[in-house]
Design a protein around this ligand. Structure first.
Ligand code: GLU
Length: 297
């Protein structure tokens, strides 16, 4: 394991402990990168079990396994982390997500999308002028009313997409802060990383990653969202959803991702950096922490 030098260059003085969370998906073993994320959140919470929440993000029912949930808890306990109350489990909160989705439908900010995944993919891979932004999925109006109706009759389920531009037109420019105190904003003129009209209600369940995390963070009174830099481009959308649903806005901390010696980010397939493998090889928690980049909180 080696670490990019810039990871070690971003040390920051700790401010007051904040209520935060670690929200893994039980789709595999935790690796060093997850442990780094969990420990960053734990430190930001002042190492207080009352301020550190564990959440199980198990909406991806095709890949999540209860055995991994147990392993996650074992690994975190082994690292010395303790969490506040019974962990919130996303698959038990579908009603909550469905209600929020209904509210956004009533507010006329969602529209049904009957396109198949393959149709959306071919839309996205359609040739475009290289100088322009790659196409993003704005699918409203791509199918005629008759075609939508036909698909509905044939038993096709719709995904529900947020009309992002209509939503931003309604909310106006929104701001939020990161842990270092820097302000960020999103507005109709500054929609960073255009992702089109994102799906908030999947075809199979009336929920999605984006919808569930903003509701969960709010319902758990999370003040500081700690997560990897790979999720930073989702934050403007999360801020927008908070505004539409009348939820408070947490502070955000996106930490650098832990990479292997070739600079490739760790994945659940890299078994040799899994906590289970490191434990089995006889490493102690202190050894594992010593393999990580310096902490930025
Ligand atoms: N469950 C997500 C993951 O494992 C993290 C969700 C979040 O931090 O917003 O990547």
């Amino acid at each position: 394991m080696s670490v990019h030098p810039e990871l070690n260059a971003q040390k920051k003085t700790v401010t007051r402990p904040m209520r935060t969370r670690f929200a893994p998906s039980p789709t595999g073993e935790l690796h060093l990168g997850h442990a780094y994320s969990a420990l960053t959140a734990w430190k930001a919470a002042g190492q207080s079990s009352e301020l550190f929440c564990l959440r199980i993000d198990d909406l991806d029912h095709t890949r999540c396994r209860p055995a991994y949930t147990k392993q996650i808890k074992d690994d975190l306990s082994w690292l010395g982390l303790q969490w506040a109350e019974t962990p919130l489990v996303q698959s038990k909160r579908l009603q909550r997500y469905a209600e929020a989705l209904e509210k956004l439908k009533t507010d006329k900010l969602l529209y049904p999308c009957y396109l198949t995944r393959r149709e959306v993919n071919s839309l996205l891979s359609a040739p475009h002028d290289g100088s322009e932004q790659a196409p993003a999925p704005y699918t409203r109006g791509l199918l005629s009313q008759e075609e939508q109706h036909q698909r509905e009759i044939n038993g096709h389920m719709a995904a529900w997409r947020l009309d992002c531009k209509a939503a931003l037109a309604r909310t106006g420019t929104l701001i939020w802060q990161d842990y270092a105190g820097t302000s960020h904003q999103v507005g109709i003129e500054q929609m960073p990383a255009d992702r089109g009209d994102v799906v908030l209600g999947r075809r199979d369940i009336a929920a999605s990653y984006h919808l569930s995390v903003v509701l969960d963070d709010a319902d758990s009174q999370v003040e500081l969202v700690v997560r990897g830099a790979d999720l930073e481009t989702s934050t403007p959308l999360h801020r927008l959803l908070q505004e539409l649903l009348g939820l408070p806005t947490p502070v955000y901390l996106h930490h650098p991702l832990v990479c292997d010696k070739n600079g490739k980010r760790l994945s659940k397939r890299d078994h040799d950096t899994s906590l289970t493998a490191l434990r089995a090889a006889g490493f102690s928690p202190a050894d594992v922490i010593a393999m990580m980049p310096d902490f930025i909180v």
